[in-house]
Design a binder for this molecule. Structure first.
Ligand code: TRP
Length: 335
């Protein structure tokens, strides 16, 4: 890192439809703060999306949705690089070079591959197996210093670190070894119906997660029917996973300390507490939803963001690719 240059953060998101309140509070809301201290790259990883069964028109729609949600949540495209993985030459090229340094056995042992390939009827294609190598390429192509990842992606980041080391060792020093980024607040938001599991979107159990586009009455209904614990005390504790989760959400939304909330709701019972929480969540999401509705209609704006994002990303990607090609022994292409 040369002096005055900010360290680089990169994190990819699959265009998988609506974000949840958990994504928003646990990750995206913090990203906006990260823009101060880091140069930020946010690829939407559409190439990863085709490793499982998908419908092309759906992918296109979800990609726009993902972008519009990013922007509505306050990610500032003037101060970060938001782009599509498929718009930048280099992700797949670097992924090929890296795959030639990857023992197949390592890929077969990846937890996520084992899970996804054991789903009955799943197509176990080579892309699904190579998924983590493409992710390593996403990270190394920009020489990212830090990668914000959830628990489920730690193994993939570890592979990226190994591949960076292996490349450096096989050829010569080229890549930084990316570190995980653990956010300062990093609220861990759990399911409303099963507070021992992470909040995530589920078709079978829609009450699990609040989705960013949920209208106010749906948000209130989901919160009022959230699983609570025995007793009627509003306090955080290992014996009260349901109420603890709701308190964490309340605290993340309002910025108020859990202890303060416990005091305010001492003796009020669960009903009043849940209604107050619903009010706060609705108020927090309202401006996000207004912006979303505007942005998703504005293709011109979205295309401009993607174009500028891809240009900045491509400039950097070419530099890495040129270095990698030279070290790997490919003859330089004259332009
Ligand atoms: N595999 C990640 C996920 O499922 C998405 C991803 C792709 C990613 N490339 C990345 C995350 C690079 C961080 C860095 O969430």
């Amino acid at each position: 890192m040369s002096q005055g240059e900010k360290p680089l953060i990169l994190t990819g998101a699959k265009p998988s439809g609506e974000l949840t309140l958990g994504n928003y509070l646990g990750a995206i809301k913090n990203w906006a703060v990260m823009l101060e201290e880091y140069e930020c790259f946010f690829p939407i990883v559409d190439l990863h999306a085709i490793t499982v069964h998908y419908v092309p028109a759906e992918l296109r729609r979800r990609t726009y949705q993902c972008l519009a949600q990013y922007l509505a949540c306050g990610l500032d495209p003037e101060r970060s690089h938001i782009f599509l993985q498929s718009h930048v030459t280099g992700h797949t090229e670097l992924s090929w070079v890296l795959s030639c340094l990857t023992p197949v056995g390592d890929l077969h042992r990846m937890t996520q591959f084992k899970e996804k390939s054991s789903v009955p009827g799943a197509s176990v294609n080579a892309g699904l197996l190579y998924y983590p190598v493409l992710m390593a390429a996403d990270i190394l192509l920009y020489n990212a210093d830090r990668v914000p990842v959830g628990e489920d992606q730690k193994q993939h980041l570890e592979l990226a670190r190994n591949l960076a080391q292996r490349f450096n060792h096989t050829y010569s020093d080229t890549f930084k070894i990316p570190e995980p980024f653990i956010g300062k607040t990093g609220a861990r938001i759990m399911s409303l119906q099963d507070p021992l599991r992470k909040m995530s979107k589920s078709e079978d159990s829609p009450g699990d997660a609040i989705l960013l586009p949920d209208p106010p009455e749906v948000i209130r209904k989901k919160i009022l029917s959230a699983v609570t614990d025995s007793g009627r005390e509003v306090r955080r504790g290992d014996d009260k996973p349901g109420i603890s989760n709701l308190l964490n959400i309340f605290s993340a939304v309002t910025g108020r300390a859990v202890e303060e909330l416990e005091k305010e709701f001492a003796g009020t019972g669960y009903g009043a507490f849940k209604n107050a929480l619903a009010d706060s969540v609705i108020a927090e999401l309202e401006p996000v939803q207004d912006r979303y509705r505007r942005i998703i209609e504005d293709k011109t704006l979205m295309h401009r963001v993607l174009k500028e994002g891809a240009e900045a990303a491509q400039a950097r990607a070419y530099r890495t690719l040129a270095k990698v090609s030279r070290k790997a022994g490919f003859i330089e292409r004259l332009r």
